[in-house]
Design a protein around this ligand. Sequence first.
Ligand code: FE
Ligand code: ZN
Length: 526
Amino acid sequence: MAEDVEIIKKFIDADMHVTPGALNSLRETGDLRSAAEMVLERFRSMPEKPVIVTEELVRRILRGGSKTSVEAEPPVFSQAETHPEKIKTKIACGKFEPPAADIEPEVEVLIDVTGHSNSQGRIEDFIRLFNDRYERLSRILKERLDMRGAIPIGSVREYEGQTVRIIGMVMDKRETRKRDLIIELEDPTGNAVVFVHKNRNELMRKASEVVTDEVIGVEARVGSDSRWSRLLFVNDIVWPDIPVPRQRRDEGTAEEGSEPIYAALISDLHVGSEMFLEDAFARFLKWLRGESGNPNQRQVAGRVKYLVIAGDLVDGVGIYPNQEEELVIHDINKQYDAVVEYLSQVPEHVKIIVSPGNHDAVRPLEPQPALPKDIASDFESFEPVLVGNPAHLLLHGTRFLIYHGRGFDDLISADSSLDRKNSVNPMIKSLKKRHLAPIYGEPMGGRAPIAPEGRDYLVIEEVPDVFHTGHLHVYGCGKYRGVLLVNSATFQERTSYMKRRGVRPTPGIVPLVDLRTRKVRAIRFA
Ligand code: FE
Ligand code: ZN
């Protein structure tokens, strides 16, 4: 067992998670240690390595599979983009003529609850919300080859002894006394109890990722014994997931030879908190104005056309117990006045897009509508594009999904393969589940409380090109099936809350996305 822990740690040190199934196949070689070393060595030599090392992946490497097939295995984490460069703070000389000033902004909001909220919080509204979620996600699942011919749960009884496919919302998941797993599924026609045997390692690993209130597909044999006629024995579990791109979209859509246009992604400023890193943020603004950085960094600054803020502009008031003690600005409106003061230093040609987070002054229930225009006097002076959380929008033809990330709290506590340090992994999970905050929890009591709108805005129906989140305060960048994933970290120092959880934030890092190539360059200002 000690050996297992040692191997698992080795993978974690290399930024990878090894599944129990993968560990088993390593052990089956008879020499766990050297098999693990061999596999690790293989990954180290690859430009992109997987976040999760699965049984299949290990088997393939042990079999001596071709290098390309391993690289194509999703999820793929791009290592090249994870090391931010430092800002050179020497006074920049020479005229600053930003090419971005000659480009018209192109912003189109595609999906956003703002102005469409119709939730009254009645029981019927919740039923409506969950029906809508089921509708949208089961539609995606039905398009999968491995879910073809899925039957309504209500008709399962007619298939005794046969293998069926069903699509249902997870009502409950629990362990039996013998440590097998029971998952309860529901669709509009009925309920089913599906059973996962504890000895089926790969299946148990999949089942460990199943969370309540999400919609999954299951292939199972219907128990033939009349006593078990309602029990289904699981063969496979599938998630809606996003399709593997036919061609990698790394290249973006722009024509050959066009000039780069950058979007600077930030989040979690927490203005008003005594931990807000004023100096680092001032350094960022200075660079954006072309007043600092080496020639190359200055050139990038001149090409920034968009500044996207994914929530938590301010620290807010009364968000957590004893927050007053950690505030330097105690009035919420004054906090936003301070934000306006900073943002007014952003060059005029940079279009600012603002989406709220759980510390902002809008309802905490998700989806959150946009911040009101009059949240601060002069907020409108720089004409920001105010969108909700989440929001789907087009920036110069690139499809962005902006989501603050509160739903990740629940996902991380429900799935042991996730933690608060690797901020890209929950993003991959939510793309797989095609939902930003699947776990609903206790009505009104969950960590990510959901407003019962008639439409589930948290379903990821359209696949974005760029998925931008914050909330975890840890910079992360990666790629999953062609989607660029960026967690833009924070401008707030480590809080007492993070200390208690043993998490180190990575403040002051600003990822810059080249909308033409969809490559990321990150600059560190702290
Ligand atoms: Fe935050
Ligand atoms: Zn947050």
